[in-house]
Design a protein around this ligand. Structure first.
Ligand SMILES: Nc1ncnc2c1ncn2[C@@H]1O[C@H](COP(=O)(O)OP(=O)(O)OP(=O)(O)O)[C@@H](O)[C@H]1O
Length: 293
């Protein structure tokens, strides 16, 4: 379904993406995580045919998306701050979706507009940020495109709306499994939806893994320096912070029962690190290693 081989892309000779490889053949919901400016939107634009790679190849659903009028039937790219005409109300936006997506599901579109309680008659330009995000989610899901891409889809949604977004996305995916790519720089916002996570860092895709595997990693250990170091041994350290005689270390390892026992015996505190903190430290560490390579 997605085949990206040795993809490189530059804006004005500045490398944004380099040697990106990603292959996925199964319907799956993927979270694309990376820090601000890491190249998530750029990769999404390339997958949807809005930008052309400088090097390498991209195939989506068997087609090369760039400069291909057929791409619209294979990829729906719902951008953050999606550009709607100032004159449009919801019916105009849905008509646009219907005209450009051969798999368009009008019943689902109408249902989502009702669930999100969006006003049909008001111009979209008068909507709040969260309401604009919701209409974008409705159009993306109703497109039923083989690859549906949402750039920062939970942006502007309050906790209640975010839950509704999760529910409608998972219902729609269960009913019609397809590939859905969701970007975020805050992993906790999309992780509950995603079976797999792709991580962009240092201009490339550094990890593509099952969410459950990645999410298990990252452990904080704190206590006196000597006791902490004894537990750490030669495990991979992602972050180290000293506070007087106290040492706090983040390890790149899962929190196993063995490790908990070891920590208890050594008299140090041990806990699972938040997923977002783990990813930030993981990418910082790998960027440092690359710099020194
Ligand atoms: N049209 C453009 N012309 C020149 N540089 C650009 C253009 N669009 C993006 N960039 C640069 O490309 C890099 C990657 O931007 P991109 O928008 O893909 O990142 P992102 O991971 O989506 O960031 P964010 O999480 O902040 O939205 C940034 O350094 C950005 O300044």
């Amino acid at each position: 379904m997605i085949k990206v081989n040795n993809l490189s892309f530059a804006y004005d000779k500045k490398n944004i993406l380099k040697d990106v490889n990603l292959t996925e053949t199964e319907p799956v919901i993927i979270g694309l995580w990376g820090r601000n400016g890491s190249g998530k939107t750029t990769l999404m634009k390339i997958l949807s045919g809005m930008e052309q790679p400088n090097d390498g190849t991209v195939e989506v659903d068997g087609i090369v998306p760039y400069n291909n009028s057929d791409a619209m039937n294979h990829v729906a790219f719902m951008q953050e701050d999606h550009p709607y005409s100032d004159m449009w109300d919801i019916n105009d936006a849905l008509k646009f979706g219907r005209d450009f997506n051969e798999n368009w599901d009008q019943e689902l579109a109408d249902k989502l507009i009702d669930i999100f309680q969006l006003p049909r008659k008001k111009k979209i330009r008068t909507f709040s940020k969260g309401m604009k995000t919701m209409i974008t989610i409705a159009i993306g899901l109703a497109s039923k495109a083989p690859l549906t891409i949402f750039d920062e889809p939970s942006n502007g949604l309050d906790a209640h709306m975010r839950k509704q977004f999760y529910d409608v996305l998972l219902d729609s995916y269960d009913e019609h499994p397809r590939m859905i790519l969701l970007s975020s720089h805050h992993i906790e916002e999309v992780e509950p939806l995603c079976e797999k996570i792709a991580i962009i860092d240092n201009n490339t895709l550094v990890h593509y893994e099952e969410t459950d595997v990645l999410k298990n990693n990252g452990v904080h250990i704190s206590g006196t320096a000597e006791a902490v170091r004894a537990v750490v041994g030669n495990k991979r350290v992602l972050e180290e912070r000293k506070l007087g005689k106290q040492l706090n270390i983040m390890l790149d390892t899962p929190l196993t029962d063995d490790l908990k026992r070891e920590a208890e015996q050594a008299g140090v505190m041990i806990e699972k690190a938040p997923f977002q903190d783990y990813l930030v430290n993981l990418t910082t560490k790998e960027a440092e290693l690359n710099e020194h390579a």
